[in-house]
Design a protein around this ligand. Structure first.
Ligand SMILES: [Mg+2]
Length: 268
């Protein structure tokens, strides 16, 4: 049926919306699904582009579905940015955040100094209180030499109210007035997935990216050198991905089906 080599799989980089849940509704019995993954000897990593929620809040949400997960198994561009900036920059670096208060709080808790006056880095993300003044501040700091980073370029964001404007809207505003392109941390850029691999000390070939969207999850996985599994429980369908040259390595109805395959081929 397929030539997917399950024996080399050590970790999953799992998208959340459309894979684990749709809004507040879990997709399948998450407790049983995660038990199968663990029983197969595979580490699940929750990898989201959403930086408006902290790892602690996702940990809580998973717990409400009966799944115990460590905070270091949850990675967002906020987490990725903190790891990246610590690696690359001196400890006293000043960062300007044009984004949510959750993102600001996370970076402060990670030991960074945030500033609106001067900064070596401007990090742009989803800001549901976006104003002209915030765009102006980001522009001024970037014009003065700050490096422009973006958590993601997502055009839209899933919510219980339907599709809302995503982080890409704020990034585009800054891009337009600075005429500069950001370094993007989230999917479909490979950076976030590569950071997760490095943190775990595993090779790209040992990680499988699982997602419901081709243009973020699957493309990000491909760019990071992972194998990819598309689930049909979210945005994309067999029909919508036909146009892409490079197909996912495997297509499953949902995460449960993939967990069954993992356990069947890998479990002992
Ligand atoms: Mg998704």
């Amino acid at each position: 049926m397929h030539s997917f080599d399950f024996s080399t799989v050590k970790a999953l980089f799992l998208d959340l919306d459309g894979v684990l849940w749709n809004g507040s509704e879990p997709i399948g019995d998450l407790k049983a699904i995660f038990q199968k993954i663990t029983q197969a000897g595979v580490v699940p990593i929750l990898g989201t582009n959403n930086s408006t929620r902290t790892p602690a809040s996702y940990q809580k949400k998973m717990a409400s579905f009966g799944v115990q997960i460590e905070q270091n198994q949850i990675i967002s561009p906020a987490v990725g940015a903190a790891i990246l900036f610590k690696e690359k920059l001196p400890a006293n670096v000043k960062i300007h955040v044009f984004g949510s208060s959750a993102l600001k709080e996370y970076l402060i808790s990670a030991g960074f100094i945030l500033s609106d006056e001067s900064a070596e880095i401007v990090l742009v993300s989803l800001d549901q209180d976006m104003t002209y003044k915030k765009v102006e501040t980001a522009k001024r700091l970037i014009d003065n030499g700050a490096v422009f980073y973006a958590t993601n370029l997502d055009p839209v964001l899933a919510s219980e109210r339907g599709w809302l404007p995503g982080g890409g809207v704020m990034v585009n505003a800054v891009e337009t007035c600075t005429q500069q392109k950001p370094i993007v941390i989230g999917k479909p850029e490979p950076l976030l997935i590569q950071i997760a691999q490095k943190q775990m000390g595993i090779k790209a070939a040992e990680m499988v990216a699982v997602g419901d969207r081709y243009d973020t999850d699957i493309l990000g996985g491909i760019r990071a050198g992972c194998r990819t599994v598309m689930v049909l429980s979210g945005v994309d369908s067999q029909e919508t991905i036909k146009i892409f040259d490079r197909q996912p390595d495997l297509v499953c109805q949902n995460l449960n089906e993939f967990a069954d395959l993992l356990l069947q081929h890998k479990g002992n």
